[in-house]
Write a new protein. Sequence first.
Length: 198
Amino acid sequence: MVNRSADLFHLDIMDGTFVPNLSFGFPVVEAIAKIATKPLDVHLMIVHPEKYIERFAKAGADYISFHLEAARDDGNDPVEILRMIRSLGVKAGLAIDPDVPVEDLFPYLEEVDFLLIMSVFAGFGGQKFIEDTYGRVKTLKAEIDRRGLKCPIEVDGGVGPGNADKLAEAGVEMFVAGSSVFNAPDQEAAVRAIRGCN
């Protein structure tokens, strides 16, 4: 269904430390890569992301994002991690949770290929969309445009047909939808409804 209907496979990697949940690792990414005809968008919700980037790239990731908070907590320079991702031929993204000001991303705009704004707190599916996200996206989009950059904004969490239009108007170009698609009676219709917004 994802191969037929969507643009990306968004794969949430959770370690039980950065977020209080576990998901999956390299073997699952490798298995998906074997049958995926669409790019793999690997979202690292883990501590020490720099330790695992090369392995995820080898496993088949086309996009890799990591959390600014994780890099800062480790005392690592996010620019070095972003450059490491890009050196492997993978698109590099920086993610933030809802309690991190979007202005914290501004110093890295020239170094990223895309930005991931969490519209729920990372770690669990099915959470309610945080309405503040629209304003956060608008602020970030305005700064990207002011600098004349091409840097798509991705939003993840509580995204569905009911809010996709408004998110697109705010400046979102990449929509991550989990529960709203997989819990829908017609999953492909749900994807079409979200896609129809932009």
